[in-house]
Write a protein that binds this ligand. Structure first.
Ligand code: MRU
Length: 369
């Protein structure tokens, strides 16, 4: 998408042809700076420290991390070690395991001397595939927004609520939840986005608001607790969120707080859609609520807030009483029964096993192998 009129992706191969560039998302919205990753360990650190984040981008970064490892050493031992380092970075988003499986299946049969080139090619394909998938999600999601717009009075806007950042920063480009929004906006539909700030890391306030603002999409940032009130007063037409993992039965894992939005949507008859790229489906598990591992993160994310002061300095301040214990679960799982539909690159599906199986039969065969 565009930043200051220039098209940019969240991750790219540098002009030297081997090192990897990525937007440092820890610095947004205040500073727009890129990082250059030159080793597999640097790629792993980037994922762990959330320099890059968002399920699809974590997958793409891991793929490039394997390529960087293979450039240094194409041996079997180096491949095993790279995958071990990368898989340990973050536990919840399944795209990480998916990307590493893809890389391993391409690289294992090759002699070590051929692996670096093949790894860069596969990583680039994973990135391109992500963009194509998101465009597909965009087209199918656009039809939902158009249908709501058709029922509105002239000059009324379609109000979408989203949680966390499932925008282009969380993917290689376009985003998942935002792809239909960008397409609708670009086609001249009056669309407005309620952006949950998404404590504790504020991916909504810092990243989604930044993205939408740069693309000119009307939006309003709201504290996380506001969505229920807006829904009660008919101020939300639909919810679209992203996801880090969807189990075979259609349960949806996403950033902590998503489940509460789904409950509020259900209570108020507001459609609750999940934008789901197929690499985010985990066909190996059948009960997302019980089986998806939920990342627990550092207490400092809750005990402190970081921001820019009026005189331009970045500062971190403590907001809790000293000594108060903290729990910091990164994700929650919304049961399939609360999900109106899964917006995939192959259409809008029911959140259930039969629909996922019918739409992605090749993923099921691969999972069984
Ligand atoms: O902890 P994060 O910022 O990596 O969490 C991101 C989310 O939960 C996103 O909503 C999800 O990855 C979908 S991204 C298209």
């Amino acid at each position: 998408m565009k930043v200051r009129g220039k098209h940019i992706r969240s991750i790219w191969l540098e002009p030297d042809g081997w090192s990897v560039g990525a937007i440092d998302q820890r610095r947004l919205p205040h500073d727009f700076v890129a990082a250059r990753l030159t080793t597999c360990d640097a790629a792993a650190d980037a994922i762990r420290s959330m320099l890059v984040r968002g399920a699809p981008l974590i997958g793409a970064t891991a793929a490039y991390g394997v390529a960087l490892a293979m450039r240094a050493d194409g041996s079997d031992a180096a491949l095993v070690s790279a995958c071990k380092t990368l898989i340990a970075t973050r536990p919840t988003a399944i795209n990480l395991a998916w990307a590493l499986d893809e890389m391993r299946s391409v690289l294992r049969p090759l002699p070590p001397s051929k692996r670096a080139e093949a790894a860069y090619a596969r990583a680039a394909r994973i990135a391109e595939q992500d963009i194509a998938i998101n465009k597909g999600i965009g087209q199918h999601g656009l039809a939902l927004i158009e249908a709501i717009a058709a029922m509105k009075k002239p000059n009324e806007r379609v109000n979408v609520l989203t949680h966390c950042n499932a925008g282009w920063l969380a993917t290689v480009d376009w985003g998942t939840a935002t792809a239909p929004i960008y397409l609708a906006h670009d086609q001249g539909l009056a669309v407005h986005v309620w952006v949950d700030e998404t404590r504790p890391r504020n991916q909504g306030a810092s990243l989604t608001a930044w993205e939408l603002g740069h693309h000119g999409v009307p939006h309003t940032v709201i504290p996380d607790n506001t969505g229920g009130h807006l829904m009660q007063h008919a101020m939300v037409d639909l919810v679209i969120v992203g996801t880090d993992r969807v189990s075979a039965n259609g349960d949806v894992c996403n950033k902590i707080g998503t489940y509460l939005k789904a409950l509020a949507a259900h209570d108020n008859g507001v459609p609750f859609y999940v934008a789901l790229p197929s690499p985010t489906i985990d066909f190996s598990i059948d009960d997302g609520v019980r089986q998806i591992p939920i990342e627990q993160r550092a207490a400092e994310e809750v005990t402190t807030m970081t921001g820019r002061t009026a005189d331009g300095r970045m500062e971190t301040v403590r907001i809790l009483p000293d000594g108060s214990p903290v729990a910091n679960y990164g994700f929650d799982v919304t049961p399939a029964r609360l999900v109106t539909g899964l917006i995939t690159e192959r259409g809008v599906l029911e959140a259930d096993r039969a629909a996922l199986l019918a739409a992605f039969p090749e993923r099921v065969t691969a999972a069984a192998e």
